[in-house]
Design a protein around this ligand. Structure first.
Ligand SMILES: Nc1ncnc2c1ncn2[C@@H]1O[C@H](COP(=O)(O)OP(=O)(O)OP(=O)(O)O)[C@@H](O)[C@H]1O
Ligand SMILES: [Mg+2]
Length: 382
């Protein structure tokens, strides 16, 4: 007696099949047209595509077949295709549009990269600041959005202390400029030093949305986003606003990587963002005489990268220089490019460049010059 999977089980299994362009699963996208389960162990599935000549047909075919075969008791899976009607495509567009930024915001930004980690204090902010400077040193236009609204650190790390952002003629906030023309925006620019910020859900959402929509980021090759630790509200909101963003996970070398790996993989699934790679930070400390101390263990970054099937972009060693630079305001990659940590970050930057599609941002005519005037944001203070 063969126990065939139920229709619900098949549908559930199909939730693991992701449309690589739309970054959502085919069930959520309502692209599963029909499912038929035959008593002889054969399952027929019809998937609707957005265009007839869809190059990702085989991706769906393999994905659907594998997902259903994993249910057991299935002898064969037939996958067929049809095309969404114009009405269905419009409905899909509306569905995808919900929560996303309006057309035009960040239109000139080629790559959005969120730098995150499963836990705090692993060096996300240090890596972000240095990666930004390393990319800028390679001739890229770079922006940094400090999305750690509670523990912002980019103003300090990039040496932007006392200035306040201004608005331009189009009533957009101008990011501040750090070393080598890095455009920077942080909540820290708007509040008194060390004042605590109390954020509630909708306000937080609004503030982040403002940072993306109402800031004149201009044409950027890379917008790096320094995330707060974990998968809190900030990460969720950003993932929702920026479905095109990629994710770089910073981790330490502890070989408890199994647990960290699982948490990071869960985080990526939850955020529905593509993972671009892993950066291991605080790798072995090497003394000037060449002695090596693996203070935080070894191999964690490699394990995590293997687990997630993404490249290990860099192994950044612990160095005195990297610790000291966070307070000095000049990224180590600029102040001491020969430091082993700086070298590793340059390598990470080159890796990121190699991963990015070569695509020139659309240039716009420069806005007419106008006398800038200072602005404030309405922020809840404690
Ligand atoms: N490779 C390194 N070598 C030496 N010190 C480092 C290194 N990486 C980070 N640090 C130091 O570790 C501390 C934490 O780093 P950082 O603030 O970048 O971490 P974070 O992940 O952003 O933390 P949080 O989760 O609080 O945002 C800082 O004092 C920083 O200078
Ligand atoms: Mg940080």
């Amino acid at each position: 007696m063969v126990h065939m999977p139920t229709r619900d089980q098949v549908i559930d299994a199909l939730r693991t099949v992701i449309d690589p362009e739309l970054r959502r699963d085919i069930v959520e996208l309502e692209m599963v047209r029909s499912v038929e389960i035959h008593p002889n162990g054969v399952v027929d599935v019809m998937v609707s595509l957005t265009t007839p000549g869809c190059p990702i047909r085989t991706h769906f075919e393999t994905g659907v077949t594998q997902a259903i075969r994993e249910l057991g008791e299935v002898s064969h899976v037939n996958v067929s295709f049809d095309v969404l009607s114009d009405n269905e495509k419009q409905a899909l567009g509306r569905k995808l549009g919900r929560g996303a930024l309006p057309e035009g915001a960040l239109a000139q930004v080629s790559n959005v990269i969120c730098i995150g980690s499963g836990k705090g204090g692993v060096g996300k902010s240090s890596v972000t600041a240095n990666l930004a400077a390393a990319l800028a040193a390679q001739g890229k236009q770079v922006g940094v959005l400090d999305a750690d609204v509670w523990g912002y650190s980019q103003p300090r790390m990039l040496g932007l202390g006392n200035e306040r952002p201004r608005v331009n003629a189009e009533r957009k906030l101008m990011p501040l400029t750090a070393h080598d023309g890095i455009s920077v925006m942080s909540i820290g620019f708007f509040i008194e030093q060390d004042a605590a910020v109390v954020w509630r859900g909708p306000m937080l959402h609004k503030a982040l949305q403002q940072f993306l929509e109402d800031v004149d980021w201009g044409a950027l090759d890379y917008l790096l986003i320094d995330l707060p630790p974990g998968t809190g509200d900030v990460s969720m909101t950003l993932a929702q606003l920026l479905p095109q963003a990629k994710f770089v996970i910073v981790t330490t070398p502890q070989p408890v990587a199994q647990k960290v790996a699982r948490r990071s993989a869960e985080m990526a699934t939850k955020l529905k963002l593509e993972i671009a790679g892993v950066i291991e930070n605080m790798s072995a400390f090497v003394t000037p005489t060449g002695e090596r101390y693996a203070v935080f263990g070894e191999g964690g970054g490699q394990l995590l990268a293997e687990e997630l099937e993404v490249p290990l972009l860099a192994k950044v060693p612990l160095t005195m220089g990297l610790r000291e630079q966070s307070d000095a305001g000049t990224p180590l990659v600029l102040s001491d490019p020969d430091d082993p940590a700086a070298q590793a970050i340059y390598q990470g930057a080159r890796g990121l460049i190699a991963l990015s599609p070569v695509e020139l941002p659309v240039m716009q005519a420069p806005a007419p010059a106008a006398a800038p005037k200072p602005v404030g944001m309405s922020l809840p203070m404690a």
